[in-house]
Write a new protein. Structure first.
Length: 763
């Protein structure tokens, strides 16, 4: 008898678990990695209750292992006097490479035990924890196919590796002080490497950080910029050095008690922080931390997840440190030691283990029991079950890119890749695509379809067209917001929905930049049943960075400044010269229905954020006020401002008019004195628009008998999602939201894939 296990079954202690169960049941046979599955052979003369065997195995598996399917074959097996783990072989590749996970509690205990031979060893791990995806080059998952192959095991590690009773039995990344990778602390002067400390580098690094230094720390899947949160001036220096004047930084805390001292935290959020995936979790601030996340209501926090983090905090006096991605603006995170010295820092704590796969920290926000993935990467590399077997390569959008390949009724999504408008990111995308195909045993000739966005300027689209022409593969173009809607349908396991598809901008099939849409979607088609009204983007992309341009267009169109009672230059905080220029540019400006741009304009008009220094900044800072306004509204203490929001019909599409709402806001803006009054006005404005969009969605959903959802980058904004949820519930609908697939553009590739699959099946 042979049993084939598929799922997350390699690199997670699966074979040792099979071995122990087999020995307990006195079974003769073997277990081996084959392709990306695990094969168990049981000798023909062994009498086995396979139900009991499977039950015992499931009960003994490590947390990170996951069985997705079990196939029992009546193949003959003989010639084994015992049960053994045999050398891996090639075979089908239908399971995903296991994700990196935080080191387990047992390893942490050993790490901090002065009598243990791995005391303070930063690369400590076992079969149940540690680096996986970041180190693996190919499957089956064995040491010789990982970056650890150049570190030959010492006798003690070899003994543990071969001992069935040991926690590190067949732990492919096993190592210790004698035989494993090592850290060295460097300084850089004119890009010359100079060793500061190779004897006790982490202790010295900790001392320098406590003294106010800025450091680069190399981890499993990339590098981080590090400084102590106790040194405000160094945080500001990092902002200046790396061109991040306002961008929020992630903070790593010593333990959960430190987290509680700076943030409000729910039980669900605490579980997520402590989970084996150890993502950055967005938490509500409970302390003044504006130097870390300026103007935002939340802060991104995570706990130590690798040995080096625990050792570092062992020596640090600081209870929290800035730990943000080490990269130049727009470029991927650095992974090679030689690249670290192009980054400005006082010291560089680097190891001699190659990072095979770059993996950014995952970022997640919890809302009403659901996970909103702002960035899905380390710890969360998973597959999605789908009802098709087509091999489809989908290349995502322009920013926050991931790619997907479908095969054998699953979608395999890459780690977070980033902004494709930078050449380094496109190199990373191509590298990730090739490696993902290798893991799945595919090449370009095996791909049935390539799916891309409609936007003519997206580098991912141009690359998809190149691959299509080069290899003669069918190309399917998918509208951006339809892909958002499809990603939600995949996530929520529905085949049709009416969705509020709200984001910054995406290329519409009419040439207009969409972003505030109500779409009735299936995987085969979509209809744009509603939207916000169009507003000119004066200067195109320049209006994204300078929302005053959007304001000028709004007030120019709504005419509330033409009655002599208000001055458009004053309302929009512009000069007369700028007004003249904007007036001319407006005549040929592209138009948008974007909800994100509407939020930017509102944030600018209320004096919250008038310039964008990072993606989504004005809208994100507006959320501070929306959150306060929502809470005041729910407690019945806020002032509810009645704004009129007209819905008109343009052809088959219903349009929510937002210009009159701005005109109404202009009549009261100068009377808004306190933060509470501004919050009430901001929330009332947004609630009025959301309820109008929801009215369109509900009417359509009732007529068609289908569900309602919300997706797109704006759906990371919790007050907006909760407002939409309340509006849906008033009409008897539950609101579908994301939970596994990212809400924003990282989820686009999944939606593209599912739509392209239907397109292929219909041809």
């Amino acid at each position: 008898m042979k049993i084939i296990f598929r799922g997350t079954v390699q690199g997670v202690g699966f074979r040792p678990s099979v071995y122990k169960v087999a020995k307990a049941l006195d079974i003769r046979g073997y277990v081996l990695n084959r392709g990306s599955s695990v094969e168990v052979g049981i000798c023909d003369d062994v009498r086995l209750d396979h139900t009991s065997f499977l039950r015992m195995l499931r009960d003994s598996l490590p947390e990170i292992a996951r069985i997705e399917s079990v196939e029992i074959l009546e193949d003959s097996v003989s010639g084994y006097d015992d049960f053994v783990i045999v050398e891996s072989g090639d075979g089908e590749r239908t399971s995903f490479v296991p994700a990196d996970t935080a080191i387990c509690e047992e390893c942490v205990k050993e790490l901090l035990d002065e009598d243990n031979r791995r005391y303070l060893y930063p690369f400590i791990c076992c079969t149940a924890c540690g680096a996986r995806f970041s180190l693996i080059e190919d499957v089956p998952y064995d040491r010789e196919r990982t970056a650890m192959r150049k570190f030959e095991m010492c006798e003690e590690c070899r003994s543990e590796y071969e001992d069935p009773k040991n926690r590190r039995f067949h732990a492919e990344t096993i190592s210790c002080w004698k035989c494993g990778p090592r850290y060295t602390l460097f300084s850089a002067d004119a890009k010359q490497w100079q060793v500061i400390d190779s004897t006790d580098p982490i202790r010295t690094f900790a001392r320098l950080i406590d003294e106010g230094a800025t450091g680069i720390l190399k981890g499993w899947g990339g590098m981080h910029i590090v400084c102590s949160t106790d040194h405000r001036e160094r945080v500001l220096e990092i902002r200046n050095s790396y061109g991040r004047p306002q961008k929020p930084f992630a903070v790593m805390c010593r333990d959960i008690d430190v987290v509680r001292s700076i943030a409000d935290i729910s039980e669900d959020e605490e579980r997520m922080l402590k989970s084996s995936q150890r993502p950055i979790v967005l938490l509500k601030k409970a302390a003044e931390l504006d130097v870390i996340s300026p103007g935002l209501p939340n802060i991104g926090i995570y706990l130590p997840y690798s040995g080096v983090h625990h050792v570092l905090f062992r020596f640090l006096r600081s209870d929290s440190i800035i730990m943000t991605s080490a990269n130049l603006p727009g470029e991927p995170m650095a992974t090679r030691n030689e690249d670290a010295f192009s980054l400005r820092a006082d010291c560089y704590l680097l190891h001699n283990l190659d990072i095979v796969n770059r993996v950014d920290d995952s970022v997640v926000r919890l809302c009403n029991g659901k996970k909103f993935f702002i960035r899905k990467s380390r710890g969360f590399l998973t597959t999605v079950d789908v009802p098709y077997s087509n091999r489809i390569l989908s290349l995502g959008a322009g920013e926050n890119v991931s790619i997907c390949i479908s095969s054998a009724y699953k979608i395999y999504q890459s780690q977070y890749i980033g902004n494709s408008f930078y050449s380094g990111t496109m190199d990373f995308l191509e590298e990730s695509m090739r490696r993902l195909m290798r893991f799945l045993g595919l090449n370009m000739e095996d791909i049935d379809v390539i799916s891309v966005d409609l936007h003519p300027r997206y580098p991912t689209r141009r690359y998809g067209i190149f691959l299509s022409d080069e290899h003669g593969i069918e190309l399917v173009e998918v509208q951006h917001h339809w892909a958002h809607s499809a990603s939600l349908m995949v996530d929520a396991h529905v085949d049709e929905t009416v969705s509020l598809t709200l984001d910054g901008t995406g290329y519409g099939d009419d040439g207009v930049a969409w972003g505030g849409e109500v779409l009735r979607s299936s995987f085969s088609s979509f209809e744009r049943v509603g939207s916000l009204e169009e507003i000119p983007l004066i200067g195109g992309d320049a209006a994204v960075k300078d929302p005053r341009r959007i304001l000028f267009a709004i007030f120019n169109l709504c005419g509330c400044c033409g009655d002599g009672e208000c001055d458009i230059t004053e309302e929009c905080d512009i000069t007369e010269k700028e007004a003249e220029i904007f007036e001319k540019l407006m005549r040929k400006a592209p138009k948008t229905t974007s909800f994100g741009r509407l939020l930017d304009a509102l944030s600018c008009y209320l004096g919250i954020c008038t310039r964008m220094t990072y993606e989504g900044e004005p809208a994100m800072k507006l959320e501070t006020y929306l959150e306060r306004g929502y809470e005041r509204f729910m407690r019945g203490v806020g002032r509810e401002i009645e704004f009129e929001c007209e819905i008109i019909r343009r052809g088959k599409r219903k349009v929510v008019r937002t210009l009159p709402v701005f005109a109404a806001l202009s009549s009261i803006r100068n009377r808004l004195r306190s933060v509470g009054e501004i919050s009430d006005a901001a929330f009332s404005f947004v609630r009025t628009v959301i309820e109008a969009l929801m009215e369109i969605a509900v009417d359509e959903a009732e007529r068609e008998g289908i569900s309602i959802g919300i997706t797109g980058g704006v759906s990371y904004d919790v007050p907006i999602v909760m407002t939409a949820r309340h509006a849906a519930m008033k009409r008897g609908f539950e609101l579908l939201t994301h939970d596994s697939v990212p809400n924003g553009d990282q989820g686009i590739s999944i939606g593209q894939n599912a739509i392209a699959a239907h397109d292929v099946s219909c041809t």
